[in-house]
Design a protein around this ligand. Structure first.
Ligand SMILES: [Ca+2]
Length: 185
């Protein structure tokens, strides 16, 4: 069956793939239906008139209920359910990640929550600017304290180029020494 909604007439109808057996599914309490989807025995849609998500029995339009209200105008509504997922291997089964496992095409990568950073296969709290010494610069992007000697030295130590930004370079003259003897992290 094909289902559609008419936002001008405020009605939901369906028909078979030949355009036959056309019938009205829902004709009440539709104010501005926008996006719809089907899953199992129900039809779901977003209604811009009431800022809500609604579902009804797809056969006769019964058992209707709004399952979410006061939403922003939802332009696309879709069902994500395990039975709709393509078959494949879950590389995160039996993973060794301390917090988050993100599957890739052939394996997986480990990530940490926003407040943590991955160090030696462990999620540790990110350093804060307060933990940097007076001769260090705090990189917000990778949460590292780097030596102020590394500011504007031509190497991206922060990962987002913050230590090489022009405003930092005007405050500090370019070093004339090489980076030999730089400490390992
Ligand atoms: Ca640098």
């Amino acid at each position: 069956m094909l289902y559609w909604m008419d936002s001008k007439l405020n009605v939901m109808e369906c028909a078979d793939f030949h355009g036959l057996k056309r019938r009205t599914v829902v004709a009440e309490d539709l104010f501005y239906p926008f996006s719809m989807t089907l899953f199992e025995d129900f039809v779901y849609w977003s209604d811009w008139g009431t800022d809500s998500f609604i579902r009804c029995d797809k056969f006769g339009g019964r058992n209707c209920r709004a399952f979410h209200r006061n939403n922003v105008k939802a332009e696309v509504l879709m069902v994500v359910h395990k039975v709709k997922q393509p078959k494949g291997v879950n590389h995160c089964d039996h993973n060794r990640c301390p917090q988050l496992c993100l599957p890739t095409r052939s394996s997986y990568t480990c990530k940490c929550d926003n407040l943590y950073v991955l160090r030696n296969s462990t999620c540790v709290l990110k350093p804060t600017a307060a933990q940097c010494t007076s001769d260090q610069y705090f990189c917000t992007y990778n949460s590292k304290c780097i030596s102020r000697r590394w500011i504007c030295d031509g190497d991206d130590d922060c990962g987002d180029g913050a230590d090489e930004m022009p405003e930092n370079c005007t405050r500090r003259a370019r070093p004339t020494t090489s980076r030999g003897g730089r400490r390992m992290e």
